[in-house]
Write a protein that binds this ligand. Structure first.
Ligand SMILES: Cc1cc2nc3c(=O)[nH]c(=O)nc-3n(C[C@H](O)[C@H](O)[C@H](O)COP(=O)(O)OP(=O)(O)OC[C@H]3O[C@@H](n4cnc5c(N)ncnc54)[C@H](O)[C@@H]3O)c2cc1C
Length: 532
């Protein structure tokens, strides 16, 4: 076996997270020493902060009350945006930043996880010629953003107009009557947002960060946090020279002085056969609105998502947001406006909602505070340093996590006078990343390569060594038992919900989740050192 073949059959060095490493590293983190930086929250933003700081050579502890990607980061539309909608809102800097970060992910840091996704906007009788011209101008402007960000058109093709026959081919479930053509555009899409977070956390771990799930920060200060180990109930203190609060919609509960205004976004989960073969996603204009679309997002795992809503949410912030029937009804209505056979409520297999962590920039009690729609609040991120020096990073989006992390670490380093090099993350590949030729030549199925990159042959090898692991977790779903075992051994999955709800997305359909629970428990037992 060549060195390359051997490397292809193991996890990236130092990146494996498992229960034993968590126990060991929590003991050292809470053992009285002082880390350089503590980051609280392991969504895309916090995992990005952990990676940024560790890659600069800082000694990092990163904690999450639940699991990697437990919060908003697993409920996104999974788009790595070029920032078109920000352009429409006149936010040129946000749009440019998005397009640049999209290019970084697609060409350097995560080409295995982020690929070009085509979208068709079908020109049905509901889309006026003026609306079609406006949308086309938008797609052209989006292509200018791509160009300005220097993302090659081989990576992200240019938009074009479609004939009615081409539109029918790419969107076969759309009503053919009156269809006069379509608009084809492209954007980035991540295979799975929760897997992006896992890759970030493991890359941080490979750079020495102690990545600790089930560790809740009870209170933050400039020199660390009081915490509770959610597995044992024990409490303690983690000391650090700098502290970053990256807890998304929960950020206001740990640090005073700002308010997060959450906005709920809901997606439906449909079995892909319900909409037929979908070689492209769809942009469906919301009837009666000029620049708002519902998206149909094929996932390549037998499921298609349809989203999304944008509704302000008041009151206590739940761990997992509920999906109201009104959101489901709205999405079914818009989808039904273009389909030959509208989807019925009983054909919806699952639904999920996430809360956008939007920073409330309105003056408290001022004229704008209630009247600003959450869809109008800027998606720009904010880095806020409290008077005692705790840095909070909030807002933004999945696409721009790297830039958010860089800005937060810059602020923490400045606030606490830490010695540090500039951020290297724009050129730092995540675990599993490689160029297109290497990814294409890997001896593993394409589906695994899109999820695990250069580690795909190692996941495949588990199944080759033990045919029982090649079995799917449930009939009709592509995830194998080998993937669950890999997640427990290398991706920090500690219980069945980590396996089913975040390392894989089987849990998005409640019936599938119930059916898969026993297998998940069995695989976890095998992953413990006394198993195998
Ligand atoms: C419906 C929807 C669709 C979206 N679609 C897209 C998209 O397609 N593309 C895009 O770029 N962006 C999208 N976004 C935005 C993007 O998902 C978010 O901006 C991003 O995921 C926020 O990540 P975060 O790490 O800041 O927060 P989170 O992912 O919420 O992470 C915060 C973490 O903090 C932890 N935590 C909370 N309190 C504590 C505590 N006391 N101690 C320890 N840990 C704690 C939580 O468990 C959680 O894991 C979407 C958002 C929504 C809601």
């Amino acid at each position: 076996m060549s060195i390359r073949d051997h490397a292809d059959r193991t996890a990236a060095p130092g990146s494996s997270l498992d229960a034993a490493r968590r126990t060991r590293e929590l003991a050292t983190a809470a053992g009285g020493g002082t880390a350089d930086l503590l980051v609280v929250g392991l969504g895309a933003t916090g995992a990005g902060v952990a990676l940024d700081a560790a890659a600069r050579g800082l000694d990092v502890v990163a904690v999450d009350a639940h699991d990697l990607a437990f919060g908003t980061s697993r409920w996104s539309s999974k788009l790595i945006h070029g920032g078109l909608r920000y352009l429409a809102a006149g936010q040129f800097d946000v749009a440019h930043e998005s397009a640049v970060e999209r290019g970084v992910l697609m060409t350097r840091t995560a080409p295995h996880l982020v690929a070009a996704q085509p979208f068709v906007l079908p020109l049905t009788p509901l889309v006026s010629r003026a609306q079609a011209s406006l949308a086309w101008a938008g797609f052209r402007a989006g292509d200018m953003l791509r160009l300005a960000a220097r993302t090659p058109r081989q990576v992200l093709p240019v938009p074009r107009r479609l004939t009615a026959a081409e539109a029918r081919h790419l969107a076969p479930s759309v009503r053919a009557a009156g269809l006069r053509g379509g608009l084809l555009s492209w954007d980035g899409r991540v295979t799975d947002d929760a897997r992006l977070v896992t890759a970030l956390a493991r890359t941080a771990a490979a750079h020495g960060a102690r990545v600790l799930t089930r560790v809740r920060a009870l209170g933050l200060g400039p020199t660390g946090a009081r915490f509770r180990d959610e597995l044992t109930g024990e409490e303690g203190e983690i000391r650090a020279r700098a502290v970053v609060n990256a807890t998304g919609v929960w950020a206001g509960g740990l640090v005073d002085g700002f308010r997060v205004r959450p906005s709920r976004g809901t997606h439906l989960v449909l079995r892909s056969e319900r909409l037929g073969a979908l070689p492209a996603g769809l942009h469906i204009p919301v009837p009666g609105e000029t620049n708002r679309f519902v998206l149909v997002l094929p996932q390549g795992d037998g499921r298609t998502y349809v989203g999304l809503t944008d509704e302000p949410v008041e009151g206590e912030i739940p761990d997992v947001p509920e999906v109201p029937e009104t959101d489901i009804g709205f999405l079914l209505d818009v989808l039904g406006s273009v389909l030959d056979a509208p989807v019925r409520r009983d054909e919806v297999d699952g639904a999920f909602a996430g809360l956008r962590p939007l920073l409330d920039t309105s003056v408290p009690g001022g004229p704008d505070s209630a009247s600003v729609r959450t869809s109008d609040i800027s998606r720009r991120h904010a880095v806020l340093t409290s008077p005692d020096g705790v840095v909070t990073v909030v807002g933004g989006k999945l696409t721009t996590y790297r830039r958010m992390a860089q800005d937060a670490v810059d602020a923490a380093v400045a606030a606490r006078g830490l010695p540090s090099a500039p951020s290297p993350t724009a050129g730092l590949p995540l675990v599993g990343a490689a160029g297109p030729e290497r990814l294409r030549d890997l001896p593993a199925p394409a589906r695994l390569v899109r999820r695990y990159g250069t580690e795909a042959p190692a996941v495949q090898a588990l199944a080759e060594r033990d045919p029982a692991l090649a079995e799917p977790v449930l009939p009709g779903h592509p995830v194998t038992r080998a993937e669950l075992l890999w997640a427990a051994r290398h991706e920090g999955a500690l219980d069945p919900s980590d396996l089913l709800d975040r390392r894989t997305r089987i849990g998005l359909v409640p019936e599938d989740r119930a059916e898969a629970l026993a297998v998940a428990a069995e695989v976890l037992a095998r992953a413990t050192p006394s198993g195998v």
